[in-house]
Design a protein around this ligand. Sequence first.
Ligand SMILES: Cc1cc2nc3c(=O)[nH]c(=O)nc-3n(C[C@H](O)[C@H](O)[C@H](O)COP(=O)(O)O)c2cc1C
Length: 156
Amino acid sequence: MPLHRIVFYSSNETKLTSSSMRDFVRDVLDNCARLEAISGLTGALLFNERFFLQVMEGDKVAISEQMWKISQDERHSLMVILAAGAIPRRAFLTWTVGYAGRSPELDKLYLSYGPAPKFDPTRMTAASAVDLVQDFIKAEHGQMVKHAEPMALHPD
Ligand SMILES: Cc1cc2nc3c(=O)[nH]c(=O)nc-3n(C[C@H](O)[C@H](O)[C@H](O)COP(=O)(O)O)c2cc1C
């Protein structure tokens, strides 16, 4: 089974408060952990008040099925696919959902991947979006970062 990856961004239609944000992170992460166990999909989702940026990796049929579901979710709109295709190996071994807020460290990170010191996936290439998400996870200075428990991936 060749591995595939999709990278997309969309507009956040939710009104973010700290409790709605907690609920959102918990809800999506629970779904993602379930999905990882069932179909071996892994990835990451970063969001702020304006945007979502998601990377999803695994089997192309499982990715497509999930994309149909996500596209019907009313918490966002205007999905734009930055890239979709085969990859030699995963960049994400589990699921992470994180709030891409502002801080001096995070602003520096955004500036290294885009023209302005803010989280704006509309101005990034797919490659820089994936690198940004990986750096964000590594640095762990994002707020509201939650990782799903790593689970055994399906052998096939
Ligand atoms: C931007 C965005 C990205 C999402 N990404 C995922 C995801 O990767 N995996 C997932 O299971 N749910 C994700 N969700 C939630 C799904 O849209 C949906 O609520 C979930 O698949 C529930 O499926 P169910 O109806 O089968 O329970 C996302 C929602 C949003 C708004």
